[in-house]
Ligand binder design. Sequence first.
Ligand SMILES: [Zn+2]
Ligand SMILES: [Zn+2]
Length: 141
Amino acid sequence: MEDNMVNQLISLNVKCPKCGKSLMDTEKKVDDRPGIKLAIKTAKHSGNIWLSSLYGSYIYDCDITLMTDEIAQFSCPFCKEEITSHEFCETCNAPIASIILDMGGKINFCTRKGCKKHSAEFEDLSLALKKLYEDFDSYSS
Ligand SMILES: [Zn+2]
Ligand SMILES: [Zn+2]
């Protein structure tokens, strides 16, 4: 199994690292799948952002305007806790936000608009691959 195939096909279920609530929004589709809903705050505005749950996709929908290169604060829409981690982006040095994968592991992404740095750390890669096959089955049926 090639790594990039996993990246293209796997769709993720994520939850808040603080309160454990699912961040999947079935009412709001991104890439034809439930979006990952987060509260977002910039210097001037606050609103919501929905990230694609398809790993490797940079598609998102946001109800506020983000300036190029602006760093945003992300937080949980339920408990309002910030999900910014203590790590910094290798590419642009902005803070990294991280959310928890329900299959174990986490997704890290850069909080700077336009920076495409993002990664997944799977606790159990064989479980991730199993999910990939299940997803693949539902595509072909
Ligand atoms: Zn929360
Ligand atoms: Zn970055």
